[in-house]
Design a protein around this ligand. Structure first.
Ligand code: HSE
Length: 377
């Protein structure tokens, strides 16, 4: 079975090099830009790939919805297996792409769409085969982890560290996707869809942004003996699932508290296997290219049976109850732990995720700089 790569940007070129360096030939690469080093392998005409019967697997690394969606649909309909690193595409069209793959007796794999180089989704799918997954959680965004780590270890300001993360190429083109949580929401939705055999869309995920975190929040949290990370969660309830993204206050000895720089760490909790945690590079040319290449090679080697089934499980964020930290200039009925520079620092006990979102939304009108974090452990 021959391989095609769609898109020769950061991830596509990373996968190409990884495959080539380890003796696996890529027959065609689709890209509209010139890449002299690819010679005859390069084409800008997708029909060259679609009509090539030898090509059995297309690795999509174009990113975004279009033309990636059209190309992937055409590949599946043409009976070609598809591998993708594109979390936006997978999250948006999860059900359609799985149904098309099933109809055409091929598979769709997307390990590199969550956690970059970490074989998280691959192992989550394996875990689901013979375990009851009760929770997934993790640091799924390198940019925000880089920002928090630098704010905590070097006492730096949010804006300054964000600029550095962008210069290092960690941040999305629009950094709002990182710091306001959309990137993690998509990754949590894809992970939860697999973990709980359902289909969760990004709009089902409740998201607290990291944008408003200040040095004074960090100081207050560190003084209380804890630390802060930005994480996605999927939690199984009796007959529903909770899925949310939020800054999280953790004990300093928690595994996530020791994930530094732009690294990711994602964990699953299964009734029989217990906790499994996966740590590594969540982004970048070679780590993500490597994970894309691994999915391709699994398919080439005939290992493509890890498919999903979908039950009828809904998202209900009123079922996940947590304690929260809240910093706002608005005085609430609750007793503040601390008060400084016109801000009140609260610990709010036992609210559901949706109650907390209602509260923060009502405060936002008066205090757009309000900051809220869940408390874990
Ligand atoms: N901007 C993302 C991150 C890239 O920082 O993790 C990988 O999805």
């Amino acid at each position: 079975m021959k391989i095609a790569i769609l898109g020769y940007g950061v991830v596509g070129s990373g996968a190409y090099e990884v495959l080539k360096n380890y003796g696996h030939q890529v027959k065609r690469v689709l890209d509209i830009r010139p890449h002299d080093e690819l010679g005859e392998v390069l084409t800008s005409n997708y029909d060259d790939i679609l009509n090539d019967k030898e090509i059995g697997v297309c690795a999509e690394a174009i990113g975004g919805l279009e033309p990636a969606h059209t190309f992937v649909v055409k590949a599946l309909k043409a009976g070609k297996h598809v591998v993708s690193s594109n979390k936006h595409l997978i999250c948006e069209y999860y059900d359609e792409l799985h149904a098309l793959a099933k109809e055409n007796n091929v598979t769709i794999r997307f390990t590199s769409s969550v956690g970059g180089g970490i074989p998280w989704l691959y192992n989550l799918k394996r875990a689901v085969r013979c375990d009851n997954i009760t929770k997934i959680m993790g640091i799924m965004n390198g940019t925000t982890n880089f920002i928090l780590d630098a704010m905590i270890t070097d006492c730096r300001d949010f804006d300054e560290v964000l600029k550095e993360a962008q210069a290092l190429g960690y941040a999305e083109a629009n950094p709002s996707a990182d710091i306001d949580g959309l990137d993690v929401a998509r990754k949590a939705a894809i992970s939860s869809s697999i973990a709980f055999n359902t289909i969760i869309k990004e709009e089902n995920v409740s998201v607290f942004s990291l944008r408003n975190v200040t040095k004074s929040d960090i100081d207050f949290i560190l003084k209380s003996g804890k630390t802060l990370r930005y994480m996605g969660f999927g939690i199984k309830n009796k007959d529903s699932v909770s899925c949310f993204v939020e800054p999280v206050i953790l004990p300093k000895d928690a595994l996530e508290a020791n994930v530094n720089k732009n690294f990711n760490m994602i964990s699953l909790f299964g009734d029989s296997v217990g906790r499994l945690s996966f740590f590594g590079q969540g982004a970048g040319k070679y780590p993500t290219g490597n994970a894309l290449a691994q999915d391709v090679l699994d398919i080439v080697n005939g290992d493509y049976k890890l498919c999903c089934s979908f039950g009828d499980v809904t998202v209900d964020n009123s079922r996940a109850t947590r304690d929260y930290y809240l910093r706002t200039s608005v005085k609430l009925d609750n007793k503040a732990e601390y008060e400084a520079n016109g801000n009140y620092y609260y610990f709010i006990k036992g609210n559901s995720v949706s109650q907390m979102h209602q509260l923060v939304n009502s405060i936002k009108e008066k205090d757009p700089a309000v900051f809220c974090a869940g408390i874990e452990g």
